[in-house]
Ligand binder design. Structure first.
Ligand SMILES: *[C@@H]1O[C@H](CO)[C@@H](O)[C@H](O)[C@H]1NC(C)=O
Ligand SMILES: *[C@@H]1O[C@H](CO)[C@@H](O)[C@H](O)[C@H]1NC(C)=O
Ligand SMILES: *[C@@H]1O[C@H](CO)[C@@H](O)[C@H](O)[C@H]1NC(C)=O
Length: 304
């Protein structure tokens, strides 16, 4: 019995020993990876931007100060930035990046191999990769840079149309192509008129649009230009003066009706006054003033 028990203990001990040896000698080798962010990096023209990239292993960040690092753009032959022997080595750098790229030297030891790009241009947009040549060739991380441009819309009043006013909005220098929307002061979208988009030689877009607005409580209207990819909205509002609206036909007809009704009820003297006024200027305010006069007249008459 004792020998059997001893055998079980020994067998158990041996299997544990084998497991330990396996763990010590066949410990999986740390794989070093280059990683970036999945979504695109968005920048506006003229801004500075950081293209993120990290050198990391399963044990955590890897010191990158001593390794060669290369930033490339898929569509360019020459490098965007090259670092080797603990310093920048931009002899074969694409000229459009000259003096605009840098690494965070103090951060390299933490595996942060992000690239800083200053004064971003529209032509900087593209698919960038950070690459560590000493690692496996597949160890490249990609990051997409989207470059946008925006400008403030400008509204002008084109003039009255039917019983409304035609407004025009224009906004140039956008990238990518934006969308124009008209709103009233409640934020309701107005049905817009003709819209056109133009692209200039530099690739930037100008949008123009028109809308015919009707009188509202405050005659306040908003032209909104937005670009979803760069998450930018620019708005300009206008307070259209009442005088800009054509005189309403509805009001005119109502005025005429009131005048006619009063004429019928009035004395001959009132009728004469009406004809006199009609001879002068037949516009809405005079009709309203005239109606007031008649109302006062009939009131005073009924008082008699
Ligand atoms: C790298 O360092 C810079 C500067 O401190 C910092 O802004 C950036 O967020 C860092 N990037 C990563 C991926 O850690
Ligand atoms: C960038 O280029 C790589 C390699 O050609 C490709 O796998 C990746 O999908 C590209 N990324 C974008 C956003 O186009
Ligand atoms: C109407 O009356 C108002 C004040 O009662 C006056 O200011 C205005 O000039 C008048 N309009 C016309 C067209 O006579």
């Amino acid at each position: 019995m004792e020998a059997h028990g001893m055998r079980i203990v020994v067998r158990y001990f041996l299997s544990e020993l084998v497991l330990c040896l396996v763990l010590v000698f066949f410990k999986p080798v740390d794989t070093v990876e280059v990683i970036s962010q999945t979504g695109p990096v968005i920048s506006l023209v003229g801004d500075d931007v950081i293209l993120p990239c990290t050198l990391i292993s399963s044990d955590g960040p890897v010191n990158a100060a001593q390794v060669a690092l290369e930033w490339q753009r898929a569509d360019l032959k020459q490098e965007v930035h090259f670092y080797t022997d603990s310093r920048d080595s931009n002899v074969d750098q694409n000229p459009s990046y000259r003096g605009r790229t840098s690494l965070f030297r103090e951060e390299l030891k933490n595996g942060n191999i992000s690239l800083k790009l200053t004064s971003v241009k529209l032509s900087d947009a593209g698919n960038y990769s950070c690459y560590v040549p000493s690692l496996d060739k597949e160890q490249k991380a990609f990051v997409q840079l989207v470059v946008g441009a925006v400008s403030q819309p400008v509204i002008s009043v084109l003039g009255p149309k039917d019983d409304g006013v035609v407004l025009k909005c224009e906004s140039g220098g956008w990238y990518p192509e934006p969308k124009m929307t008209w709103l009233d002061s409640d934020g309701s979208i107005l049905p817009d008129g003709p819209t056109e988009t133009q692209k200039d030689a530099a690739g930037r877009y100008t949008v123009r649009g028109e809308v015919t607005v009707k009188k509202t409580e405050n005659n306040r209207f908003i032209c909104r230009v937005n670009q979803q990819q760069i998450n930018k909205i620019k708005e300009t509002l206008i307070d259209v003066p009442d005088e800009a609206f054509a005189k309403s036909h509805g009001g005119l007809i109502a005025g005429v009706l009131i005048a006619v009704l009063h004429s019928c009820c009035c004395s001959w003297r009132c009728w004469c006054l009406h004809v006199e006024r009609k001879k002068s200027k037949f516009n809405l305010p005079s009709i309203l003033n005239y109606s007031q006069e008649i109302t006062q007249n009939s009131a005073s008459q009924s008082n008699v």
